[in-house]
Design a protein around this ligand. Sequence first.
Ligand SMILES: *Cc1c(COP(=O)(O)O)cnc(C)c1O
Length: 377
Amino acid sequence: MNINSEIWNSPRDYLLARAPDHPVHFFAPAALQAQAKRFLDGFNGLVTYAVKANPEPAVLTNLLAAGITTFDVASPNEIRLLRALAPQATLHYNNPVRSKSEIRFANRAGVTSFSVDSLRELAKIQEIIPPDGVEISVRIKLPVSGAVYDFGTKFGAIPENAIELLRRVKSAGYISSITFHPGTQCEDPQAWVAYIFGAATVARAANVTIKRLNVGGGFPARTAKGAPDLEQFFALIDKAVTAAFTTRPALVCEPGRALVAESFTHATRVKSVNDNGDVYLNDGIYGGLSEFPVLDVQRIFTVLPPLGEQRNTAKIPTRVFGPTCDSLDVLPNKLLLPNDITDDDYIIFQNMGAYVKGVTTDFNGYGQLETVTVLSL
Ligand SMILES: *Cc1c(COP(=O)(O)O)cnc(C)c1O
């Protein structure tokens, strides 16, 4: 953790004292460590963190401090980041598509666990990395719904191809495993159950006893609909693995969003309200709100006017634009905002730890994202 940075009591204290004109990402390390412990206590297997969800060093070091030892990385830069922060950490390279030079880089960096979803990618790894002690997980995809944003359209082998791939992984001498990812913000735990039975069917058809089953990320974070019961997800997963496999594989999960989302809020500021009552914020879809157009969930937010002021309780559905001159830079759904919201008010979005840092661009000169550490959110 960056122990040289000032720690504030709350986002409110900071915003009222400093009146920042740029977006601020507020981080509560204690909330992150508590959520990590929830996964470590509740999930019957190895809990790894998908770095892309939030690669902020303070996040990674707090996860390490809470007991997370293993990280899912997807690129040489993520490998470098982890090797610099925690040379002893175990890395899983579970982006199933890599260039040969990326494979060489990972091999030199000591990565010994990879996923593949095609014969060509397996052949590339075989050319570069000998099988001893190296795990290759076959990434499967099934027509399973439940996620707000499905990943299966890009990665994963359909069962028929996965069977052949798993046989080849095994005959090449690699440690054979299976992985899947039900898609992000997956609110239906039955998606995991379907995938687990699908994975068992593939393993049986290939006649391969798999060492590990990686049940992916995709666990949901809290939204306006409520907080997901993660312990129920963990229990269903555990039960399904026992029921589906005769020889139980060790379990791995690789949450991103569900680990990190609830330990950050994201403060944006009203730049202007136009004559139609539309609001222009200092952040939008090219910055911290980039998920709004692709992830259709209702966010929890609060409005904070400058000190001493109050806004009406009467609210109206309001169109909200981002700061850039691009007409795409608008939130897809109207927000219910006080009817007298005005310049310099803040809108603080909750549960925003995932897919803000790392996704924010400097398009049109915006994107000055500051992270501020707070005791509580
Ligand atoms: C993005 C990703 C994750 C994390 O997904 P979340 O929905 O944030 O939990 C896990 N595994 C892989 C392979 C990913 O690409």
